[in-house]
Design a protein around this ligand. Structure first.
Ligand SMILES: Nc1nc2c(ncn2[C@@H]2O[C@H](COP(=O)(O)OP(=O)(O)OP(=O)(O)O)[C@@H](O)[C@H]2O)c(=O)[nH]1
Length: 338
């Protein structure tokens, strides 16, 4: 008996809007469904892949930049092919697009796929309630992305007052007419919306003209203006110097994520760090048993001096790795959740 095609969902949304958080929520509330994940990190260090690793049934990670330019239909097909092999027993595939990807290009790649084992399952566009206003001004393209969505998640509603949340909900309903808008905190939505046994038919919001649209106008893509900086250090970072750098970071440095080894200053505890716009947070976490202790950061921004950012971080490396800066560590702890 022929198997039903596996729905492929695309989760898109601007940098830091909460796509990985949503994915983690789905993976921990999978209701018995087996989820295949394709991650499209912007930057060579697969930080997002690291932060969902261990929970993923099958994962193919793309770490060579933005999916819409770096992978042609065959490249994507190879990955989808692997996940849709019957022995993988995958029920649904989710592609987490880079925060700078063009959803239209991803949808086009999906629809052009010749793999009969899969079917396009729709676009979920995640919106950061706290940052949408400003992001929209800088990137009017975000409005167009909403037009391709089958479901809009207004995320981080805990960060805005009720009146603002209502205003944003109405605005999104205008920008994506007829598309459901759901308010969420930390991507906590009912997974059944994703694992519907019968994938919803496409709402037909994309016309053939949209799909045929020439790919040559690459400079219009949001990611054209952005650069990513990767920083890796096997030697611990000094907490005081790192916090000083982060607190004075240039405005263009919109997104930072990764893991930090503060060495003896933090009793060699592993710290995760996240920054989106003005938001900055450290979180205590654990090294896996055989994990090499090191710092891995990805920094993404527009109009930033990549070399200077890298040099500033290199200056945060501890001069004497055996020395503990406990008072410096207090500055880090000010940015953890109490
Ligand atoms: N307050 C609050 N923070 C959230 C919420 N959802 C996500 N975050 C935080 O926002 C930060 C970014 O979340 P991610 O899930 O990594 O965002 P992303 O869209 O995958 O980021 P990129 O892949 O870099 O584009 C993290 O610190 C999350 O914990 C939310 O609903 N409320």
């Amino acid at each position: 008996m022929a198997r039903k095609p596996i729905p492929v969902l695309i989760v898109a949304g601007f940098l830091g809007s909460g796509k990985t958080t949503l994915l983690n929520h789905l993976l921990t509330n999978d209701q018995g469904a087996r989820i295949g994940v394709i991650m499209n990190d912007f930057g060579a260090i697969g930080v997002d892949a690291l932060s969902v690793a261990g929970q993923v049934d099958a994962m193919v990670s793309l770490s060579n930049g933005c999916l819409c330019c770096a992978v042609d239909a065959r490249g994507l097909d190879a990955m989808l092919g692997k996940l849709s092999e019957p022995k993988a027993e995958i029920d649904v595939i989710v592609i987490e697009a880079s925060g700078l990807a063009e959803p239209r290009d991803l949808i086009r790649l999906m629809i052009a796929s010749e793999n009969q084992a899969i079917t396009y399952g729709g676009l979920i566009e995640v919106v950061d309630a706290a940052e949408f206003g400003e992001n929209r001004v800088r990137h009017p393209e975000l409005d167009q992305h909403l037009g391709f969505a089958d479901l809009v998640l207004l995320n981080k509603t805990d960060r805005v007052p009720t009146a603002e949340r209502e205003r944003l909900t109405s605005l999104l309903a205008e920008l994506a007419p007829g598309t459901p808008v759901l308010a969420t905190e930390f991507g906590r939505i009912d997974p059944e919306l994703f694992f519907d046994p019968e994938p919803r038919p496409k709402t037909g919001q994309m016309s053939f003209d949209d799909l045929r649209h020439d790919h040559a106008d690459h400079s219009e893509h949001i990611h054209a203006a952005y650069e990513s900086v990767e920083f890796v250090s096997d030697r611990p970072l000094n907490p005081r110097r790192l916090v000083k750098f982060l607190e004075a970071r240039p405005r263009g440095l919109y997104r930072i994520k990764g893991f930090i080894d503060f060495g003896p200053s933090a009793e060699r505890q592993k710290f995760a760090m996240q920054s989106v716009g003005a938001f900055l947070r450290f979180e205590r976490t654990r090294w896996a048993r055989d994990e090499q202790r090191r710092t891995e950061l990805v920094l993404i921004g527009a109009g930033i001096d990549s070399q200077a950012v890298h040099a500033d971080l290199a200056a945060c490396v501890e001069n004497d790795p055996s020395e503990a800066d406990e008072r410096g560590m207090m500055l880090v702890l000010r940015h953890t959740q109490s």
